[in-house]
Design a protein. Structure first.
Length: 225
């Protein structure tokens, strides 16, 4: 069994103890933090996953973590008063989202799924193409560096926008349903999060207006060959 390093942040001592117990029972290493500024202080070893209670620091805290650790999954624990709150939690960079109050066992199960779901979208795409540069005219996509160039200028995408683009590229010519996009980009299947797909597709089209991305009513989206 692989030993994963888990960075854990919550201001709830009881929840922290419960989560730490569950993490250690899995044979993983728990590294709890009690203050947001200490979570992002210099870290010698990058964790395998972040489990973050954002009740106090807020959604921007997720974005700060993703800026420093863009390829490390973040499991967010947060109160959600509406569907929009859940969408915001996903859009700020969390890879999964659990509404409080939570069961520690469910949190660890979700974390385990994020850690063992297999190759990331980037890795799947790299396994398809031996070249780290993919051309979707008129755009040049550098998979390794996660950058996009258009007319010799860089196009800035969020982490989720870039992963959606890679998922579309790796499935060119095939219709991808909203459920598939939720599953592979966010690992989400709940209907409450489906609005996030339409929002992120809209933003991707706005930033890459010449992307040959077609919508199929009632089906999903397809990147043309």
């Amino acid at each position: 069994m692989k030993c994963y390093l888990v960075n854990l942040f919550t201001t709830d001592p009881a929840l922290e103890n419960q989560l730490c117990d569950c993490i250690r029972q899995k044979g993983w290493l728990a590294v709890p933090f009690s203050q947001p500024d200490k979570v992002l202080s210099p870290i010698k070893t990058c964790p395998n996953i972040w489990i973050i209670d954002i009740t106090v620091p807020g959604y921007e805290f997720i974005r700060s973590i993703k800026k420093s650790f863009p390829h490390t999954p973040v499991l967010a624990l947060a109160p959600a008063k509406s569907i929009a709150d859940r969408v915001i939690g996903l859009e700020f960079g969390s890879d999964d989202y659990i509404v409080k109050p939570v069961f520690p066992e469910e949190v660890i199960l979700r974390a385990d799924r994020l850690l063992t779901r297999g190759c990331s979208i980037t890795h799947r795409l790299q396994s398809i193409s031996t070249d780290s540069i993919v051309h979707i005219e008129p755009y040049k996509i550098n998979i390794k560096n996660r950058t996009i160039v258009f007319n010799n200028a860089d196009v800035s995408l969020t982490s989720k926008e870039f992963e959606l683009l890679l998922f579309l590229v790796s499935n060119r010519g095939h219709i991808l349903t909203r459920d598939q996009i939720l599953q592979y980009v966010w690992q989400q299947k709940r209907p409450a999060a489906k609005r996030a797909v339409d929002d992120i597709v809209y933003r991707l089209r706005k930033k890459l207006p010449e992307l040959p991305l077609e919508s199929y009513y009632g089906s999903g989206f397809k990147l043309l060959r």
